[in-house]
Design a protein around this ligand. Structure first.
Ligand SMILES: [Zn+2]
Length: 415
């Protein structure tokens, strides 16, 4: 069976015939020559109308999906159309928009793989350039965004993520109602102003009718949500609250380590960071031993650690009342601890007492791990775009991985 038959089966082109297939230079690639049907008139790329053929451009190559690890290219001499409306323009072809030197199928193929492998790996494995993958993914994301339909938003969660060293953050919003999940447009930075635009992308009526919004305990987010989603119950995200604990614990550790070094004490705290920051069930054997060694010392950090370990009981209450009592009792102990970061934590929690109790009112409405899941996935997504560090690229990578976007329908899925 000739290759042409297979091509016509998987990638039949309207008005175009596969003329011949041959080797490229040094038998290192396959070249597929295309030719317009004898009777087909070229279509203007700008207005989509047919016109007469004015001239033919020199042959160009467009990367297609590789076959048996051999790079494949379409070779075509595009025609120029002479139309009534636009004058002389290059014709529109069904397999590429001519902006990149790749076919639509190739872009879809590469972008699908770039979800599983990193972008660089995708390029290496399929014998193409990093640049080709780098252009394919945004094209697919762009197509999806133009063609997506937004349904009802029942709940959203807001989170921030560090995408570069030196306090470069971006804000993510996740549509996290029970049935579906989608990333809403991300926003650069984590200021109050940066949170407004993505909320404004949703229609006002939608915003006003969202019943639940998951946020952190950070004032700017709370302000923006209160302003844009008037009727929403704000729910502190459990993951965010516990993350804050981690940060406070880090502070305790750092201050104490400095103090002990200054006093010339034994370094029992060395390499102890993870034993104290990790949840107990996630510790390795070695870390568990280290933790056991540490606990008898009445170090501030150990006490701080115990306070942190005690707090998750809060989330297990059934009623806001019981949880409220626990919270008050915990905060009183924290204030007596004489550990500043822990006292700060208690102050924050007290300030948001009502908000924290909302968490129980909305139990079951927001999936508890939703933002945590988002954050982890976002970290992975950023790793996929290895080496590309600009904000724009990170945004594309996140949408590519996390947003459920529609894709152009093709006869055949090459992957
Ligand atoms: Zn035209």
């Amino acid at each position: 069976m000739p290759l042409k038959t297979i091509l016509n089966h998987v990638e039949k082109q309207k008005g175009v015939v596969y003329q011949n297939i041959g080797w490229g230079e040094n038998h290192e690639s396959l070249l597929i020559r295309l030719q317009p049907h004898a009777r087909s008139r070229p279509v203007c790329r700008v207005c989509g109308r047919k016109g007469s053929c004015y001239d033919t451009q020199p042959e160009r190559r467009f990367e297609f999906v590789p076959l048996w690890a051999i790079p494949v290219f379409f070779v075509d001499a595009m025609r120029q159309v002479n139309g009534d409306r636009c004058g002389v323009k290059v014709e529109r072809v069904p397999w590429s928009d001519g902006k990149h030197r790749t076919t639509f199928s190739d872009r879809l193929f590469l972008s699908r793989w770039a979800k599983r492998l990193s972008w660089k790996e995708t390029a290496t494995v399929f014998g193409t350039s990093g640049d080709t993958v780098f252009r394919a993914v945004p094209w697919v994301v762009g197509w999806g965004r133009e063609n997506q339909e937004r349904g009802e938003v029942e709940a959203i969660g807001i989170d921030e993520i560090q995408y570069r060293r030196g306090h470069r953050y971006l804000t993510l919003a996740d549509q996290s109602d029970a049935g579906s999940r989608r990333l809403l447009p991300v926003a650069r930075d984590r200021t109050e102003d940066s949170r407004r635009p993505f909320l404004e992308i949703l229609p006002k009526a939608t915003l006003q009718s969202i019943p639940f919004v998951g946020t952190d305990l950070w004032k700017p987010s709370l302000n923006v949500v209160a302003e844009c989603c008037g009727h929403a119950v704000q729910i502190p995200d459990r993951f965010q609250v516990m993350k804050k604990f981690g940060e406070q614990l880090d502070q305790v550790r750092a201050t104490e380590a400095r103090q002990m070094t200054a006093d010339g004490d034994e370094p029992v705290w060395k390499h102890s960071r993870w034993c104290l920051l990790k949840r107990r069930e996630k510790l390795t054997d070695k870390q568990t031993v280290k933790r056991k060694e540490l606990l008898p010392y009445n170090l501030r950090r150990v006490r701080a650690y115990r306070m942190r370990e005690d707090f998750p009981r809060f989330w297990q209450y059934r009623s806001p009342t019981g949880a409220g009592t626990f919270l008050d009792e915990w905060c009183t102990r924290a204030m007596r601890s004489q550990i500043d970061p822990i006292k700060q934590m208690a102050n924050t929690l007290r300030r948001h007492r009502e908000l924290l109790r909302n968490w129980f009112r909305a139990k079951g409405e927001l999936s508890s791990g939703s933002v945590e899941g988002l954050n982890n996935k976002a970290q992975l997504a950023m790793k996929k775009a290895d080496g590309f560090k600009s904000y724009e690229t990170i945004e594309i990578a996140l949408c590519h991985q996390l947003e459920k976007l529609p894709k152009p329908q093709r006869t055949h899925r090459f992957y």
